[in-house]
Ligand binder design. Structure first.
Ligand code: AMP
Ligand code: GLY
Length: 444
């Protein structure tokens, strides 16, 4: 029973952000018996109706810091990348507030692809060969030299839309013109990274880092394309599941040794200190070759939803250990059952999402459909008792099951009852796990 339910005095925490990842983070933190309330800034219609959570309509660092001091917030968890890149951790630390996340300097690992690529090269972290350009002519010449397929990436933050995997040199040249000549990605595309195209299966690997030690979360895999069969445009993620059978125990160790720990020691030798969640987007080649596609300095969305659905440990206590630099003293306990999360997106997503559609069929109280199936909100807002869509990704219906097939059936069973005009979702989330022999969750 939570401290809130007991009516006792417990910790008050703050989660920054308002997406599905933040809903899942706050919901998980609120399950701690030591936590009285989790404030979510700004939150969404789902966090507003979640027991133990409260929305806080603030975004400015100074006003948030003032709230933390007045309320006695024990610690802050930052969900999305934008505030991290904008230095929210630096500002909170300067105000004496305990906050879990990388500072602005360390967050460049996600905020600049060029920084990330040079960092990986410098510290021997496996990744595709690349060059960085600000001049379109030199970029075109490099594409002529390397040929296709080839990948063109905007250097800066682009909400998952800054990467063009070009099947032909014509597509690569067009992407270069769009970013460098026409300014189609704004300042994020004023510099581009061009890298070799990798083949294989992608996996997400997320760990907590305390500056010194790392603690891996359960593995996961998301589905970036809009449509079934991995077709259509790239999105922020249309669904995810955990664990990802592609990440075997041996691969898990290699990822820690070759990718995650070198980030921590590399930061130290560059005079930086990485604390917070560290997300590596990986490509596992057909022969088991391991390469890093990208780093994110936060948890993944929607990977967080199925991962945290499986977490049995007290996340508040784990983050406290991280803030004390003592991640080496804790371990994580996982529900062995797999979890599958299916994203419901709005009409027109990802190009031009429509908002303001009424959502029907949500649970009347809170967001639990059953103890093993939860509706995490993202782009939603409450309007006079009705919940309306307010963004591209709207909900992530996440369920546990005895195996992947059952988890998927549970999630889709609940998806069927939740409707809104223009609703889009994939019907094949977790197909890669099903294509492999289901592991029944015997890997973390
Ligand atoms: P990123 O934001 O760098 O992870 O890129 C977004 C997506 O583009 C990845 O999830 C991959 O599907 C794809 N991608 C990125 N880099 C490469 C690469 N070097 N080779 C093949 N696909 C890539
Ligand atoms: N789902 C991919 C990400 O959060 O970056």
């Amino acid at each position: 029973m939570s401290a809130a339910a007991q009516g006792g005095s417990g910790l008050e925490l703050l989660v920054i952000g308002g997406g599905g990842r933040e809903h899942a983070l706050a919901w998980t933190l609120a399950r701690s018996p030591r936590v009285a309330r989790v404030h979510v800034a700004p939150g969404n219609a789902g966090t507003a109706r979640e027991p133990g959570l409260s929305n806080l309509p603030l975004t400015g660092h100074d006003e948030l810091a003032a709230f933390c001091r007045q309320t006695g917030i024990a610690f802050v968890v930052v969900g999305p990348e934008a505030p991290l890149a904008a230095g929210i951790v630096d500002d909170f630390r300067a105000a004496g507030i305990s906050v879990f996340g990388p500072d602005r300097a360390a967050a460049q690992l996600e905020a600049s692809k060029d920084f990330a690529k040079s960092f990986m090269q410098r510290h021997g972290i496996p990744t595709a060969a690349h060059r960085t350009f600000t001049d379109a002519e030199s970029a075109h010449a490099y594409v002529r030299e390397r040929g296709a397929p080839i990948v063109v990436k905007a250097d800066g933050l682009a909400a998952g839309k800054g990467v063009v995997v070009a099947e032909s040199t014509a597509d690569a040249h067009a992407a270069i013109d769009m970013m460098l000549t026409e300014g189609g990605m704004g300042s994020a595309g004023a510099r581009v990274v061009i890298e070799d195209c990798l083949v294989g299966e992608e996996a997400s690997f997320i760990a907590l880092v305390d500056g010194e030690h790392v603690l891996a979360l359960a593995s996961s895999q998301d589905h970036k394309r809009l449509q079934d069969g991995d077709r259509g445009p790239n999105t922020g993620g249309m669904g995810a599941y955990s664990p990802a059978p592609v990440v075997t125990e041996a691969l898990h160790q290699r990822i820690l040794d070759q990718v995650i720990r070198p980030v921590v020691t590399g930061m130290q030798s560059d005079g930086l200190r990485y604390t917070g969640f560290l997300y590596a987007g990986l490509m596992i080649g057909p022969d088991g070759e391991l390469n890093t596609l990208e780093f994110n300095c936060r948890m993944g969305d929607p990977e967080t939803q199925p991962i945290l659905m499986r977490l049995r440990s007290d996340l508040a206590t784990v983050i406290e250990a991280a803030l004390a630099g003592r991640l080496d003293t804790v371990s994580l306990d996982w529900d062995p059952r797999p979890a599958v999360g299916v994203v419901l997106a709005s009409h027109g997503y990802p190009a031009s999402p429509r908002t303001g559609d009424a959502i029907h069929g949500l649970p009347p109280d809170g967001n639990a459909i059953t103890p093993d199936c939860h509706v995490f909100h993202a782009g939603t807002r409450a309007d006079d008792g009705t919940v309306l869509t307010s963004g591209g990704r709207v909900l992530c219906v996440t369920a546990l099951g005895t195996d992947v097939r059952a988890a998927r059936a549970n999630a889709y069973g609940a998806v069927g009852g939740i409707t809104f005009d223009g609703r889009q979702f994939r019907t094949d989330i977790a197909h890669r796990a099903l294509d492999r022999a289901p592991t029944n969750g015997d890997e973390p």
